[in-house]
Design a protein around this ligand. Structure first.
Ligand SMILES: [Fe+2]
Length: 302
């Protein structure tokens, strides 16, 4: 038995650490708190940090880290993993292992959710928080080959709870607290990390952020949309340098302890109540797809 408190941070590998750290600060509004040993630690708002950029020749997701609920130590996590016959590596501040499709997972000690320390965010004093950035890291999303195997692993081994399913095996959404999901899977048959998502205050801030990102040359293959599952208003920014998307969202459904998992039909409304399904490129990360998106933009704008 193990219990999680929240998603803690995500690590993305990038080839050019300086450029990536600059982008996340200037384009997305995060704050770089520290840089050491080829890693940049970035935070939303008052978070300690929620994004670790690692310099690497293999860009993309390195791992997602979840913090343990108070009362559960790293030693408890090790014992739990041994009981489930999961190979892991223990470091000073984490236990690290992989899920059935090869994605890195880490469990780290408890620390409070951003914005819940002592005072509400608006009541604090700061000399470093910038305007326009997200409030906090919200969730991660993976394209997977076997939804059931991933749900089984993340509920029994990692300690998440199933919130809802899309169809019988088209997708699944898992939570650790009140947010509808901190983790989601979409069955495309080919495993690949899809997106890391950050929570914004409202649609007004999304509008401001999308305009700002567009001015920095970013584009949005899908969105804004209103998801039927999760209820969040969202849009997806292509992040070619890390072979994934960044979702900026607000207004996610809040779930209580009495929730029973639902099965949403695998249809347009479950994906986007406003109507448009994502383009095929939304599920692709190869250079040809990214260049095709760039070319379509040039065809319109040049
Ligand atoms: Fe998402």
């Amino acid at each position: 038995m193990i219990k999680l408190y929240d998603i803690d941070h995500v690590s993305l590998g990038v080839e050019d650490l300086d450029a990536a750290a600059h982008s996340w600060q200037v384009e997305f509004g995060l704050l770089e708190r520290e840089r050491e040993n080829g890693r940049a630690y970035l935070a939303c708002n008052y978070e300690p940090y929620s994004l670790v950029l690692e310099k690497t020749n293999t860009p993309g997701i390195q791992y997602a880290a979840y913090n343990l609920h108070p009362g559960f130590s790293l030693a408890d996590a090790e014992k739990h993993l041994r009981e489930h016959h999961v190979d892991y590596v223990r470091t000073d501040d984490a236990v690290a292992f992989t899920d059935p499709e090869g994605n890195g997972v880490r469990l780290v000690p408890y620390r409070r959710r951003a914005g819940q320390d002592v005072l509400p965010v608006a009541s604090r004093q700061t000399s470093e928080i910038r305007p326009g950035g997200p409030r906090r890291l919200g969730h991660v999303n993976y394209l997977v080959a076997d939804v059931d195997a991933m749900v089984d692993f993340y509920t029994t081994v990692v300690g998440q709870q199933l919130t809802d399913r899309l169809g019988s095996d088209a997708g699944a959404f898992l939570r650790v607290g009140a947010d509808h999901h901190v983790n989601a899977f979409v069955n495309t048959g080919t495993p690949h990390f899809h997106h890391v998502a950050f929570d914004l205050v409202d649609f007004g801030q999304i509008r401001q952020s999308f305009d700002h990102l567009a001015q920095h040359g970013r584009w949005f293959p899908w969105g804004p949309v209103r998801h039927g599952i999760g209820g969040n208003l969202a849009g997806y920014v292509r992040l070619p340098e890390a072979e994934c998307f960044v979702e900026l969202y607000c207004d996610m459904e809040q779930i209580d302890d009495q929730h029973e998992p639902r099965e949403f039909p695998d249809d347009r409304k479950s994906s986007n109540v406003w109507g448009m399904l994502p383009p095929r490129s939304y599920f692709r990360f190869d250079k040809e797809t990214v260049e095709a998106e760039r070319e379509s933009l040039r065809a319109i704008w040049d």
